[in-house]
Design a protein around this ligand. Structure first.
Ligand SMILES: [Cu+2]
Length: 461
């Protein structure tokens, strides 16, 4: 008898000891069948145990970290009743989803902030299947830094079978040895590559050992939910295939050698586990030229029955831009290195970065500038992203999926993404059809960069 993914997870959960059962991310939030929404999602202060020496005063979704993994079905409506139990206003942004502007979760631009004690019903129909994530879009350095980050999985319209589907949320924490928070940002880092956390976690655990079914087909869904860090993922001692990048299936799976993921980016990897129980597969993270063990996958149980092959996922229905008629627009990401004068309260405000010579920190309703560009609904566009700074920026566009066409530094096989890593002095060409009306955020996903200027928006009408 072979087990379905859910049965397998059930068996694993039942057979695990209390100490090891935190390995598996929870598969659902508080689900409300029969009501007019699918999930109730609450954000609230929640002390959590990241290190043994003490609790961390985190802010969590659903009362735990990792946050509940939300699941939707491609082409079917998802409803999430969000409740704000934080001491400050917030919103939820659904990263990578081609969504109605009213549900994009950007304060002032798409909705009023959700005040403490208030709630908001997010409802949308995801057109694409894949690995996505959700997070606030207010006071982001702190709100994301404190733990408000979660994975959203959109299952394929026609299910693709895996023996185990494992979401892996990658995040570093800015904490001291006793678990208390250390500063999320230092200006000197905000003006450079950002401030990484000191405690590296995968689903809230440092270097976890995760159980996988012997002989099983395993889907690893890596999501970089960190504020800053670029991960460079590799699998050391076992063949693994890239099946989707940033929520979008690749046309043909290819062997994973190493893959760089900036903040906000995702990677789906498939592998067939060794037949024998007790075997170990080492997932590694590269820093500079060296690779370090990061996640250990350990086979358990009787080998699954039947032959397993790496599946080719169905492609998402991303509209194909008409390059011949597309209008080209240039966006230059630059380092400004200015500290604006202190405000009335004597606080200095740092603005270090600009897009087309303009910085924006999106801190109030009054500060909304003109859009970086006004696009015509239905027309194709080419964006030339030019990074003239000495640092790498994961550039993210809301509401759209780009086709990446060219880079001045790398050979590109065109692929789809909502977040593209643009290296120092690199020029990347992306294209898309402006088929979704609204005012869409367009920013670097290094949170300190966006909050010190590297942010703007595009209007499509
Ligand atoms: Cu950046």
């Amino acid at each position: 008898m072979s087990l379905s993914r859910r049965e397998f997870v059930g068996v694993l959960a039942a057979s695990m000891t209390a100490a090891s059962c935190s390995f598996l991310p929870r598969l659902s939030a508080e689900q409300s069948p029969g009501t007019d929404y699918d999930y109730i999602l609450t954000a609230e202060p929640t002390p959590i145990q990241l290190v043994s020496a003490g609790l961390t005063p985190a802010w969590c979704f659903g009362g735990s970290y990792p946050a509940p993994v939300l699941r939707a079905r491609q082409g079917q409506k998802l409803r999430v009743l969000f409740r704000n139990r934080l001491p400050e206003a917030t919103t939820i942004h659904w990263h990578g989803i081609r969504i109605d502007i009213a549900m994009d979760g950007v304060p002032y631009l798409t909705q009023p902030p959700i005040e403490p004690g208030a709630e908001f019903l997010y409802e949308f129909t995801p057109p694409d299947a894949g690995t996505f994530w959700y997070h606030p879009h207010m006071n982001s350095v702190e709100q994301l830094g404190k733990g408000l980050v979660g994975i959203l999985i959109v299952d394929e319209a026609k299910p693709v079978a895996f023996d185990l589907d494992l979401p892996l949320a990658l995040k570093t924490w800015h904490i001291n040895e006793d678990g208390s928070f250390s500063p999320f940002s230092f200006p000197r880092n905000a003006a450079r590559m950002g401030t990484p956390g000191s405690w590296e976690t995968v689903n809230g655990q440092n270097k976890p050992v995760l159980e996988i079914p012997a002989g099983g087909l395993v889907r690893l869904r890596f999501a970089n939910v960190d504020n800053t860090v670029i991960y460079k993922l590799a699998v050391k001692n076992h063949p693994a295939w890239v099946i989707a990048v940033d929520g979008n299936p690749v046309e043909k799976p290819y062997p994973l050698t190493s893959h760089e993921m900036g903040a906000g980016m995702r990677l789906d990897v498939a592998l067939i586990a060794p037949q024998k129980a007790g075997e170990v597969i080492q997932v590694q993270n590269g820093k500079g030229k060296l690779f370090f063990d990061f996640v250990t996958l350990k086979t358990v149980g009787e080998p699954v029955r039947g032959e397993r092959t790496i599946p080719v996922l169905p492609l998402n229905p991303i509209p194909q831009p008409d390059l011949a008629s597309a209008e080209s627009l240039d966006f230059v990401f630059e380092w400004e290195g200015a500290v604006t004068p202190a405000n009335d309260h004597g606080e200095a405000h740092q603005m270090f970065w600009t897009i087309n010579r303009r910085g924006w920190d999106h801190s109030s309703e009054q500060s909304i500038p003109e859009p970086l560009a006004k696009l015509q609904l239905g027309r194709s566009y080419i964006f030339n992203l030019r990074n003239v700074t000495p640092h790498t920026h994961p550039i993210h566009m809301h509401g759209y999926t780009w086709t990446v066409l060219e880079s001045s530094q790398r050979k590109i096989t065109p692929y789809h993404t909502d977040t593209v890593l643009v290296r120092r002095n690199e020029k990347v060409k992306v294209a898309f059809v402006a088929d979704n009306p609204g005012r869409w955020m367009y920013h670097c996903h290094v949170i300190e960069h966006m909050k010190t200027g590297l942010m703007g928006y595009i209007s499509v009408a």
